[in-house]
Design a protein around this ligand. Sequence first.
Ligand code: INI
Length: 170
Amino acid sequence: MSEGGFGELRLPAGCSAVEGRRPTDLDVAIVASRFNADIVQRLLDGAVERLTADGIPMDRITVVVVPGAWELPIACRRLAEAGGHQAVITLGCVIRGETPHFDYVCSEAARGITQAATDSGVPVSFGVLTCDTHEQALDRAGGRHGNKGADAAEAAIQMAGLMRALPRRH
Ligand code: INI
C-alpha cells in the first residue's frame, strides 16, 4: 500500500467490485488557467505527459486556456455538456494574498468544477493548486510533492474508465 497519493485498495472478499479499464480511446479536454502561468505550465506538462504515457494520442487532447481559476467552471461546463470529451481536466494555481480574494476564487472554482461534473455526468478532475506560497505551489507542480497536474490526468483516466463500467439509468 502506498503512503499518500493514489494507491491500490484490497477489496473485501466476496463483494462485487466495479473497476473500469484504463481506456486509451479517449478524447480529453484540459482547461488550464493563465494566472500563475509558470506553475500551471508545469501542471500542464505533467498532465499531458501522463496522458500520452498511458497511450492517449496527442491528437485526442484538447487544451483550452482561460484567464484565471475563476473562469475554469464555465469553460469546463461547456466542454462537459457539449459531449465531445469523455473527461475534462482542470488546471490552475491560486496563491493566497493579503485579502479574502483567495477564498472566493478557490471555493467558487471548486464548487463550479464539481457542479459541472455532477450536472453533466462527465468526470472533471481538479488539478487546481490552492497554496499559501509560490514555493508550496512549485513543490506540487513537479517538485518534492509530485505533480498535481499528472495526478489530475490520472484521475481523469480512471474516472473515464469507471464511468463506462458503472450502470446507467435506463
Ligand atoms: N486567479 C488564479 O488563477 N490564481 C490566483 O492566485 C488569482 N489571484 O490571486 O487573484 C487569480 N485571480 C484571477 C481570477 O481567477 C479571475 O481571473 C479574475 O478575477 C477575473 O474574473
